[in-house]
Design a protein around this ligand. Sequence first.
Ligand SMILES: [Zn+2]
Length: 401
Amino acid sequence: MNPSNNVGDQKGTKISIIQALRINGPVARIELTKLTGLSRATVSLAIAELIESHLVQETETRPSTGGRPAILLELTPHANIVIGADYSNQNWTVGAFDLPGNVVQEMGIPVTSNSPELVVKALTDRLGDFIAKLPTRPMELIGLGLPGLVDVNRGIIKSASDLGWAEVDISMIVQEQFGWPSAVLNRHRARGLAECRFGAGKDFAEVIYIGVGTGIAAGLFNHRQLLFGAVGGAGELGHITIDPDGPLCPCGNNGCLQQLASGPAMEQAFRMLLRAGGRSDIYPDNRHDLQLINAEMICAGANKGDELCVKVVDQAAGFLGIAMATMVNIMNPGVIILGGAIPLSCKRYVATATQVMHRRAMSPLTANVTVKTAAYHEIGGAMGAANFALDLHMSYSLFKK
Ligand SMILES: [Zn+2]
């Protein structure tokens, strides 16, 4: 056998094993042979070397049906660190994570500019200090979760209507400013990836994550693998048509889900009801500027039982429930995870959307769906983006030496 090929095979074997542990969490040796398709002997040899190099460790045993309890293998906490960042509402949330998904360090960076170069510069200017405070040197790559439709193959934002960006080569800007390779994906899909691997979806094979804030987008996971589609656009749930004659959306369509069920849609609906003579405790007299009313206030009002707020929340959540029912019939998920500012701050929104989903989807399918709220808040996007960067560049980074 050619020795160099042998070395290459061993590296490939180790990467397959690490990738299986990253995607599935702690598993027994026997499960690793099934997940990787490698022989028992090959897995055993590679595991011994990975344990020796402190990348993998044995962990608690799990009772098995008959026979000995199986020893599980897991990625060693804090052995390697990877950095991710999420850009949302003019703020970077930056995180350093180990491979099992622990947050090692985090920081927020407010951004005042809107040009892509300056938004990235606000991040790269602070990265050096952030890295200097880490307990160990991180892998030289960074994952970014960004708004809009992102071409994950080329690291380009195709369009982000909130920011007015189109065809922005973010990967090149990061490379020029910081010198590290990067991986870029939609921020909602990044949050979904963190939930699937480490959060509310970690015990499920078929996972749908739906983020609801100023926009709406989904991350779809088939056998725990994120679906991208041809250009990374799979999961643009915010732009499916709910009302053919509904309000115009920046995407060019009418009646998109995002125009009916997002935070701004709720604010718009609330203002219309007030102008029509509606009354609400969150707007007790007419002294306030109607534009100051925000979705967080409406969510808080609905949680307290304010009638007008409840009406607005139920209407918006009802539209999301229709979209969830459609997704249940198409994807047959085990779990739907609702994340983003609206579901995380409004129990009523989640409850109504779930009820409508159960009413409208095929009952044998909804009978097996669990609806959960996200385990991670802002840090989830950075965590998912860091993991996406590792998915793309692990071979380059982990075995660089
Ligand atoms: Zn749209």
